[in-house]
Design a protein around this ligand. Structure first.
Ligand SMILES: Cc1ncc(COP(=O)(O)O)c(C=O)c1O
Ligand SMILES: [Zn+2]
Length: 476
């Protein structure tokens, strides 16, 4: 293998202005045009290693699992933030999340080759950990360089605050989180409280919290942890690499994900484009951004061919983590959609609930945001945008356990989840064995009459793409 280069990275304007800034600068906007910044890598240095060599390196690091490569993010350190010193890396074992072949859900939707990337199977229960390890590691490097860091702050719809509070506490930095009062789940509120963050329940929505945190970050000793800060995207883009790695370096046809502030879609596109540039893949997947109908500024702009963009006041949605009306990374996302020949879909409350309940009845345990992505997939299948033989990866962005009230809604409440035909509820049976046996008999009879709904055959086959893999590997 060629010698692994020690490449460099820097902050540059997303709109192409000329300035370049060190990644440890506490800078979130271009001084010339006010646009957002992005991390740019030294591609000439990275190209000195061939695609095959990168693949081998990542495989070997996964097998060895030594610090800091045991992390799914830092195993790609040269592509993420190469200049961070190993002793400044703050990792909580993020990344390396399962990519499930969702056979029964696929059958239920009439799709042969459906996969779910379980990004919520992570330290703080969402994909935000991928970006937060990158950001807090830079904060630690800044502090080691003698810069004052009084606190790290974010506005959050729930999951960013959980990740920031965890990683901040792990590194010993004070954290400040601004949450829209009464609009996030109890579990999401418990997480930053438990980790000792300064938790402010603000009487506004996410977009209002975002305004306030921007003001706070005018003070250079308060470091901003929202995805407006380009460093987060560097960690988040590694999910694209993991997916392709888990599919034996064959990109899927589609990536479908729930979108709010639009950082994640920008990051994922960046990961795919980088892999193509460095020769690890030879084609890009298409991408579908799914928004809740009640919080759909990207969808509206998509309908106008991205000619107009109007922030909206996001109405309440069960997908509370994406109740965002003025997405910070709009420009980045438009570029991502152009690069990956993307589409945008929206889902109403009943559709997202039904899609989530259907997935759960096939053995998943989805958050409502993932319900939005799955409802989007249903639409794209119905209108023929996604073909039934294409390989689709849905990004499940958070763990369903953070959203228990969503799943336990009172059936009499006309709540969309409770009224889904896939919803389940406990049967109260008193303490009489014969009654209990009758209830079980009735339920099993119904199950066998209706068939093993909704996914068809009750056994698992190997994914079509890997059906021959074991046979090929067997000794002759
Ligand atoms: C669970 C979950 N899914 C999806 C998103 C949307 O990601 P982004 O804001 O980067 O578009 C968020 C955060 O906003 C989230 O917490
Ligand atoms: Zn600029």
């Amino acid at each position: 293998m060629s010698r692994i280069p020690t490449p460099s990275s820097r902050l540059v304007c997303v709109r192409g202005c000329r300035g370049q800034f060190p990644i440890t600068d506490g800078r979130y906007h271009c001084p010339d045009c006010g646009g957002l910044l992005d991390v740019e890598h030294d591609l000439d240095a990275l190209r000195r290693v061939t695609g095959d060599e990168w693949r081998t390196l990542f495989r070997d690091r996964a097998a060895e699992a030594t610090w800091p490569y045991s992390s799914g993010v830092w195993s790609k350190k040269e592509w993420v933030l190469p200049e961070i010193e190993a002793e400044n890396i703050v990792s909580l074992g993020e990344g390396r999340t399962p990519l499930l072949f969702a056979e029964r859900l696929g059958q239920s939707l009439g799709l042969e080759d459906l996969w779910v990337k379980q990004s919520g199977t992570s330290h703080s229960g969402s994909f935000k950990d991928l970006g937060m390890t990158a950001l807090i590691s830079v904060v630690k490097q800044r502090a080691a360089d003698g810069q004052t860091v009084r606190a790290v702050a974010c506005a959050s719809s729930g999951d960013t605050s959980a990740a920031l509070a965890s990683y901040g506490a792990a590194a010993g930095f004070p954290t400040i989180v601004l949450l829209p009062k009464d609009r996030i789940s109890q579990a999401q509120l418990a997480q930053p409280l438990a980790c000792g963050a300064i938790v402010l329940a603000v009487d506004t929505d996410f977009d209002g919290c975002m305004k306030i945190v921007r003001d706070l970050a005018e003070d250079p000793s308060i470091y901003l942890a929202n995805s407006m800060n380009a460093l987060r995207l560097e960690g988040q883009k590694t999910v694209a690499v993991e997916i392709v790695e888990q599919l034996s370096w064959e990109p899927p046809d589609w990536i479908i994900l729930p979108c709010g502030n639009l950082g994640n879609i920008s990051a994922i596109a960046k990961g795919f484009v980088l892999m193509r540039t460095l020769g690890l893949i030879d084609r890009l997947p298409r991408i579908a951004a799914a928004q809740a109908e009640n919080a759909n500024p990207l969808y509206r702009s998509y309908l106008s061919g991205f000619r107009d963009f109007e922030p909206v006041t996001a109405a309440p949605t069960l997908a509370s983590a994406i109740q965002i009306g003025n997405p910070v990374s709009y420009e980045r996302a438009v570029r991502a959609l152009a690069e990956l020949d993307g589409v945008v879909v929206q889902a109403g409350e009943s559709a997202l609930s039904d899609a989530s309940a259907r997935a759960d009845s096939c053995g998943l345990y989805t958050c409502p945001q993932t319900g939005v992505a799955l409802a989007g997939l249903t639409k794209l299948l119905a209108d023929g945008t996604v073909r039934r033989n294409e390989r689709v990866v849905v990004i499940a962005t958070a763990h369903g356990l953070k959203f228990t009230p969503f799943k336990m809604s009172d059936p009499s409440s006309a709540h969309p989840f409770a009224s889904s035909r896939f919803a389940n509820r406990p049967t109260e049976v008193g303490f009489d064995s014969s009654v209990i046996q009758r209830v079980i008999r009735d339920r099993l009879t119904r199950h066998s009459n209706e068939g093993p709904a909704p996914g068809g055959k009750p056994w698992q086959r190997r994914p079509p793409s890997q059906a021959d893999a074991l046979d090929n590997r067997a000794p002759s």
